[in-house]
Design a protein around this ligand. Structure first.
Ligand code: GDP
Length: 360
């Protein structure tokens, strides 16, 4: 499964947020998938459509899609020099599919900031700098190798040019995710060289409770990280919310001028940043969301349920959730002529409720 690595300077609230995230593991333990590692938080992707499907089909249970977060402890200034935790840290980031930086915005005289003052901008720059330095080291070796190779093989020339273009972006202090494409860097090619800053970034701003509804502050923090996504939450509050009933949690959130918990926002943002989407299946046993990549075809989507479904794919019977919701039953949707039979070239759309036909 794709994972999002959580990074951040010490004392910004990573552990607090991660503890809130892993509270879900108890819940997730009922899900039909493999064991959950202690440093992995599996967060269900909130999806109200599943509740409605379960009502229509009388499903016994609901299985939402999930997003996995990995706690990557140990970034400090100098991590790129590979000292102490540095190497392990970089190896862990290399394995993650996206990077989520927790940034401290809350003020609390009792919680020491490593640099002596709270500054979201300089925290972000510190981590960027470490990752950029690590990438520049990787590139130094790659460029030397590609220069030799391209003298013999002309196929290596584009790889070399791309590596040199990436180097320029990084030398200007910009991550490849933020500045690579605009500078003509092929990010997929750069990713193959193991460059960390090609990964998508998400920023979580850990705020004071009274900053949760401060739209001006959010806008100014957002502008620090654009075009990457930003999530605003209070890590301590998220911990408390996990211990409440959904109703009490909702009431508490509304009291702070928020509509949805920060962890829910983080799950949705993470899912989107990873380039994922879901399709739905429903029946008396379960209503379920299945995770696919954006742009996948019906047979590829079927393969997520079972590889045999992909191999033996014949047709997909598809209805849109909106039609099903309106009509109230599968029979009514069919009677209204709104059920479609789709073939192997069909590209899945968000909100498709599907039944696959296949031959074994
Ligand atoms: P980490 O080093 O990034 O993992 O940070 P921790 O989660 O251990 O938090 C460091 C300290 O900050 C702890 O004492 C937390 O209780 C406190 N803390 C975490 N989040 C918040 C927050 O949102 N507001 C305030 N005031 N304190 C927080």
């Amino acid at each position: 499964a794709l994972t999002i690595g959580i990074v951040g300077l010490p004392n910004v609230g990573k552990s607090t947020m991660f503890n809130a995230l892993t509270k879900n593991n108890v819940l997730a333990a009922n899900y039909p998938f493999a064991t959950i590692e202690p440093n992995v938080g599996v967060v269900p992707l909130p999806d109200a459509r599943l509740t409605r499907l379960a009502e229509i089909f009388g499903s016994e249970r609901i299985l939402p899609a999930t997003v996995s977060f990995v706690d990557i402890a140990g970034i400090v200034r100098g991590a790129s020099e590979g000292e102490g935790l540095g190497n392990k840290f970089l190896a862990n980031i290399r394995e993650a599919d996206a990077i989520c930086q927790v940034v401290r915005a809350f003020e609390d005289g009792d919680v020491v900031h490593v640099d002596g003052k709270v500054s979201p901008q300089s925290d972000i720059e510190t981590i960027h700098t470490e990752l950029i330095l690590a990438d520049l080291q990787t590139l130094e070796k790659a460029v030397a190798r590609l220069e030799k190779e391209s003298r013999i093989k002309k196929e290596s020339k584009p790889l070399l040019d791309n590596a040199l273009a990436a180097q320029k972006v990084l030398e200007a202090g910009t991550t490849l995710y933020a500045g690579g494409s605009a500078a003509g860097v092929d990010l997929a090619m750069a990713r193959d060289l193991g460059l960390l800053t090609t990964k998508p970034f998400i920023y979580v701003f850990n705020l004071d409770e009274d900053q949760l509804a401060d739209a001006d502050l959010h806008a100014s923090l957002r502008s620090l990280v654009a075009p990457a996504d930003a999530v605003f939450l209070n890590a301590k509050l998220e911990m408390d919310l996990m211990e409440m009933s959904p109703e009490d949690a909702q009431e508490m959130l509304e009291g702070f001028g928020a509509t949805e918990s920060g962890l829910n926002q983080l799950a949705r943002t993470g899912f989107h940043t990873l380039g994922l989407q879901t399709y739905l299946t429903a029946g008396p046993k379960e209503s379920r969301a299945w995770t696919i990549r954006q742009g996948w075809t019906a047979p590829q989507a079927a393969g997520v349920i079972h590889t045999d479904f992909e191999k033996g794919f014949i047709k997909a019977e598809v209805v849109s959730f909106t039609d099903l919701d309106e009509q109230g039953s599968m029979a009514a949707v069919k009677a209204a002529g709104k059920a479609r039979l789709e073939g192997k070239d069909y590209v899945m759309a968000d909100g498709d409720v599907v039944e696959f036909r296949f031959a074994l």
